[in-house]
Design a protein around this ligand. Structure first.
Ligand code: SAM
Length: 201
C-alpha cells in the first residue's frame, strides 16, 4: 500500500487510539512490559501514547510515528503523565540512529504494519545497546488452526481497512533474529505475544 495512503489511514484512527489509551483496557499486558523500561528509551510507532502511563518516571523517551495526528495525541499523553519525551515524525523504515544508542527499545502493535518487518527488527537491534533490552507486544498469526484460518481469510480486508496485517508470524521472525528471548508470554488465543528480549551481539 502507498505510504501516504497508509499515513492518512492512521491519521483518521488517531481519536480512536486516544480513547483506547484513556480506557487502558489492555493495561494487563502493557503495564508488566513497559514498566521494565529504563534509561534512554526508543518507542517506535508510538500511536497515541498508550504505553505512557506505564513508564517508570525517570526514563527519557524518543517517540516515533509517521502519523502527525497520532503524534499530537501522544504529546498530550506525555503531558498528562509528566513523561520526558521527544517526538519524531518519521517512517520507522527509513529512520536512522547510531548503533548502540538506546537502553530500551519498545514496540507495541507495530510489526503488523511495516512493509519489511525483519529489516525493522534488525535496525531496532542495532540501535539497542548490547546490554540493553527490547520490549515488544505484538499481534500475529495464531498457532490454533481455526483462528489462523480466519485470520488468513480476513487479512486482505483488514489490511485495506485498518492498515495492518493480521497473519504475520511474529514468533518465527523473533526466533530467527539476532535476539536472546528472555521471557515470552502468549495471550488471547495465541494472537498476542509479549516479549522481553536482549540483542545478541
Ligand atoms: C496499530 S497502531 C499501534 C500504536 C501504539 N504503538 C499502540 O500500542 O497503541 C500502529 C501505529 O504505527 C504507526 N506506523 C505504522 N507504520 C509506521 C511506519 N512505517 N513508520 C512510523 N509509524 C508507523 C501508525 O501511524 C500507528 O500509530
Amino acid at each position: 500500500m502507498d505510504k501516504e495512503k497508509l499515513i492518512h489511514k492512521f491519521d483518521r484512527q488517531a481519536s480512536v487510539y486516544d480513547k483506547r489509551r484513556k480506557k487502558s483496557s489492555d493495561r494487563k499486558w502493557r503495564e508488566p512490559l513497559v514498566s521494565c523500561a529504563y534509561g534512554k528509551v526508543l518507542e517506535v510507532s508510538v500511536g497515541a501514547g498508550a504505553n505512557f502511563p506505564f513508564y517508570p518516571k525517570d526514563v527519557e523517551v524518543t517517540a516515533v510515528d509517521f502519523s502527525n495526528q497520532m503524534l499530537l495525541r501522544a504529546q498530550e499523553a506525555a503531558a498528562d503523565h509528566r513523561l520526558r519525551a521527544e517526538f519524531i515524525q518519521a517512517d520507522v523504515e527509513s529512520l536512522s540512529f547510531p548503533t548502540d544508542t538506546f537502553d530500551t527499545v519498545v514496540s507495541t502493535l507495530s510489526f503488523c504494519g511495516y512493509e519489511n518487518p525483519s529489516s525493522v527488527l534488525a535496525m531496532l537491534t542495532d540501535w539497542c545497546k548490547p546490554d540493553g533490552q527490547i520490549l515488544m507486544m505484538e499481534h500475529g498469526v495464531s498457532s490454533r488452526r481455526i483462528v489462523r484460518n480466519i485470520q488468513n481469510l480476513i487479512n486482505p480486508m483488514f489490511r485495506k481497512m485498518v492498515g495492518c496485517h493480521l497473519n504475520r508470524d511474529i514468533m518465527d521472525m523473533l526466533q530467527k533474529a539476532d535476539l536472546k528471548l528472555e521471557r515470552t508470554e502468549h495471550h488471547w488465543m495465541d494472537m498476542v505475544h509479549l516479549v522481553w528480549a536482549r540483542p545478541d551481539k
